[in-house]
Write a protein that binds this ligand. Structure first.
Ligand SMILES: NC(=O)C1=CN([C@@H]2O[C@H](COP(=O)(O)OP(=O)(O)OC[C@H]3O[C@@H](n4cnc5c(N)ncnc54)[C@H](O)[C@@H]3O)[C@@H](O)[C@H]2O)C=CC1
Ligand SMILES: O=C([O-])CC(=O)C(=O)O
Length: 329
């Protein structure tokens, strides 16, 4: 193996997503089957011992691409030389917690981690925020990293994107691989808008193939948007393997590109496209090429879609205003 290993930092490494994610990174699924990796795991002190156990199991897989595992409880060390950072560890909402409390608790995590990335990561750092509220946590981290180009900070809506594809495949009987150009707009929350008006099934418009606006409004959109809660209800724990899978998909696509004629969804810094205020980290249809996401331009937004996009973006604006008020950005 002659390639220089890629340093991948994962926060919340001892959590349930971490457990589903690390083995797939180490096996080559994050970056490619010929790319060696070094893992840098960040946990809070109480999580370090469990992370050490996971590291023992990673050793026991004898992955040919895995060239080292280091475990830290200090963000500056964990992000030192990082080329890819997966920010999974977050403070979950607990009973009685208001949105402001949740944003404040996570601001205390993502502000310092953004600064640690700014001060210690490699010049080509790419950041994916998974920990909720993912879009606003990503914004907080990005705002604490003034020396890192803003477009290196992204939030995960790929799970929502994959959920939308799966629901559309179920409804139409199409193969997942025949579905392209699905879009998730807005926030990774129940206000998100999964849009199939530009999607295609084997090259034909998906909304026309479905031809059922009532199904869209009353079934498809709420099923996708509330899927996280449905999983928690059924499993007694939040999505882990599917979230890890989406994180793998997000970074793999970012690094290796979208297929010709397709796009994906990601929370990226808005350039003002589609009326989304500049600087917000909102989900858009994006292509990836040469290691960069680009927002797909020029799509017609119809009367069904417009208010739904606006509602989710309004929620992001409210979250941004709240973290500003709290002095977190
Ligand atoms: N964007 C998305 O689509 C999805 C996001 N999520 C979010 O991902 C996050 C992680 O989920 P799980 O792994 O299930 O949670 P978990 O509670 O099993 O694990 C979280 C881990 O993060 C660690 N942690 C907490 N604060 C930390 C810090 N400051 N630095 C480093 N590590 C820290 C904890 O010790 C714990 O081991 C949650 O916020 C969850 O809501 C989950 C599913 C989908
Ligand atoms: O609410 C959660 O923690 C899980 C989540 O984001 C999802 O499954 O989309």
């Amino acid at each position: 193996m002659t390639r220089t290993p890629v340093n991948v930092t994962v926060t919340g490494a001892a959590g349930q997503i971490g457990y589903a994610l690390l083995f797939r990174i180490a096996s080559g699924q994050l970056l490619g089957a010929d790319v060696p990796v070094k893992l840098r795991l960040l946990e809070i002190p109480q999580g370090v011992k469990a992370a050490e156990g996971t590291a023992m199991e990673l050793d026991d897989c004898a992955f040919p691409l895995l060239q080292g595992i280091d475990i830290f409880d200090d963000a500056n060390q964990a992000f030192s030389g990082a080329n890819v950072a997966l920010l999974v560890g977050a403070r979950p909402r607990t009973a009685g917690m208001e949105r402001g409390d949740l944003l404040a608790a996570n601001g205390g995590i993502f502000g310092p981690q953004g600064k640690a990335i700014n001060d210690n990561a490699a010049d080509d750092i790419k950041v994916l925020v998974v920990g909720n509220p993912a879009n606003t946590n990503a914004l907080i981290a990005q705002q604490h990293a003034p020396d890192v180009p803003a477009d290196r900070f992204t939030a995960m809506t790929r799970l929502d994107h994959n959920r939308a594809i799966a629901q559309l495949a179920k409804k139409t009987g199409a193969a997942v691989s025949d579905i392209s150009k699905v879009t998730i707009w807005g926030n990774h929350s129940a206000t998100q808008y999964p849009d199939i008006f530009h999607a295609e099934i084997a090259g034909k418009n998906a909304a026309e193939a479905v031809a059922d606006e009532q199904w869209l409004a009353d079934d498809f959109i709420p099923t996708v948007a509330k899927r996280g809660a449905a999983i928690i209800d059924a499993r007694g724990a939040s999505s882990a393997a599917s979230a890890a899978n989406a994180a793998i998909d997000h970074v793999y696509t970012w690094v290796n590109g979208t297929a010709e004629g397709d796009w994906t969804s990601a929370g990226v810094v808005s350039d003002g496209s589609y009326g989304v205020p500049e600087g917000l980290i909102s989900s858009f249809p994006v292509t990836a090429k040469n290691g960069r996401f680009e927002i797909v331009q020029g799509l017609d937004i119809n009367a069904f879609s417009r208010p739904r996009i606006d509602a989710s973006v309004a929620e992001l604006v409210a979250e941004r205003d709240e973290v500003k008020k709290l002095g977190l950005i």
